[in-house]
Design a protein around this ligand. Structure first.
Ligand SMILES: C[C@H](O)[C@H](O)[C@@H](O)C(=O)CO
Ligand SMILES: [Mn+2]
Length: 410
């Protein structure tokens, strides 16, 4: 089907495909650096990764240096329509120096900032509270040892400083997302003590304004090794974000599998101004499979569009799979998020809402089901053509071709 035919088919339902394409082109997605190297980073790290962060697989082609990671990112962005962001973790510093986490500075990230400016890519940032010997107890900001807490508070403070400088350099907000692995394998007896320590540490870390930073806090239900309690649970961070005015990060892999994370967005949006998404796909014990164009992602995109929340929700991705081409994973996942957004933008919202308000649930169901057969793929292909990005066999060939150029990496 041609784009013109698709445009006419949507027009019959009262949908303007041109308006949908214009909106889609303005939605940035923050691609996570850690898909490119299995969350290893570029420090001489000594600790284990707690809280369930575990990339499995040994597909050839892992980026081993910042230059390799940047080359992979450049390729990935060239396969993805639109202008996007890069979400950088503190352990991805690019420097000949080897500062510990409590000694990192903006200059250790200067090559990233320079590269991002050259690429027209804006940066987001994350302190790294894992893969370090001082995190091996699966406790950081909530650790009973004040010395360890202070070490991580200092790390967090410095990360805000770095994110602020990144924001200033790019003349726009840098999201600084905080996730800590803190928790307990077996039933703790002093849950509130741990939560008081986490809160006090966060307060110390986030003290003082940072004009170019949007701080976000990310909860998790459980991780491997912290099955009995995660200190930073949903209720903990929801309360914290409301009381302290931070953004709330909802990671789609961090809830019970029967929960609908899309449903949470509108509920949270009434109490929290800014929301960060980590779009992900949980599967059994893992929270980080590459996202598919599946119902959970479609539901999330619909919530953002129907709830008119695109201006308040930053879309980030969080998955890592080392069993497949890492660059292909980025491209597939990011494009899937965009496809879901496009499908949502192509829905006749007013008509659906009218049916719902009239309690005409039959019409609502007929509409949503019939709409699934409309030619969204032709509209997506048009978007890619306008943005000079490949689709179909050409995309597959490009992804495979790039993978073969990196496969020899040791
Ligand atoms: C690497 C990230 O910080 C991490 O994935 C975090 O966002 C998370 O989701 C932990 O499960
Ligand atoms: Mn996450």
């Amino acid at each position: 089907m041609t784009y013109e035919q698709a445009r006419a088919a949507y027009a019959d339902w009262g949908v303007d495909t041109e308006a949908a394409l214009r909106t889609l082109a303005t939605i940035p997605i923050s691609m996570h650096c850690w898909q490119g190297d299995d969350v290893k980073g570029f420090e001489a790290a000594t600790g284990t990764s707690g809280g369930g962060i575990q990339a499995t697989g040994n597909h050839p082609g892992r980026a081993r240096t910042p230059d390799e990671l940047r080359a992979d990112l450049e390729f990935a962005y060239a396969m993805i329509p639109g202008r996007h962001r890069l979400n950088l973790h503190a352990c991805y510093l690019d420097s000949d120096e080897r500062p510990d986490r409590d000694a990192i500075e903006f200059r250790h990230f200067a090559p990233w900032v320079e590269w991002a400016q050259g690429q027209g890519v804006k940066l987001d940032f994350n302190p790294t509270f894992f893969a370090h010997e001082k995190a091996d107890d699966n406790l950081t900001l909530a650790h009973p040892d004040k010395g360890i807490r202070d070490f991580w508070i200092e790390h967090g403070r410095r990360c805000r400083e770095i994110a602020d400088a990144m924001g200033a350099a790019q003349s726009g907000e840098c999201v600084n997302n905080i996730w800590v692995p803190d928790g307990s394998k077996d039933n703790p007896v002093d849950r509130i003590g741990a939560r008081r320590r986490l809160e006090a540490s966060l307060d110390a870390m986030l003290d003082g304004p940072r004009d170019n930073v949007l701080d976000a806090v990310e909860c998790k239900l459980f991780g491997i090794g912290v099955e009995a309690m995660t200190v930073g649970s949903h209720e903990f961070y929801m309360g914290y974000a409301i009381r302290k005015g931070t953004a709330l990060c909802l990671d789609m892999g961090h809830f019970h599998p029967t929960e609908n994370v899309a449903d949470k967005v509108s509920a949270v949006a009434l109490s929290v101004q800014d929301i960060l998404l980590h779009v992900s796909r949980p599967m059994r014990w893992d929270s980080d499979h590459v996202i598919l164009l599946d119902d959970s992602i479609r539901a999330m995109a619909q919530e953002l569009v129907f709830g008119d929340l695109l201006g308040r929700v930053r879309i980030g991705l969080d998955f890592f799979d080392a069993t497949i081409s890492r660059t292909a994973a980025w491209v597939i996942g990011t494009r899937n998020m965009q496809k879901a957004l496009l499908e949502a933008l192509l829905m006749p919202r007013d008509r659906l809402v009218a049916a719902e308000e009239a309690l005409d649930f039959t019409t609502r169901l007929m509409l949503t089901e019939e709409l699934k057969s409309l030619p969204a793929a032709a509209v997506w292909a048009e978007f890619c053509a306008r943005e000079e990005r490949p689709v179909g066999a050409e995309l597959v060939q490009s992804l495979s071709g790039y993978q073969s150029t990196v496969a020899a990496r040791g």
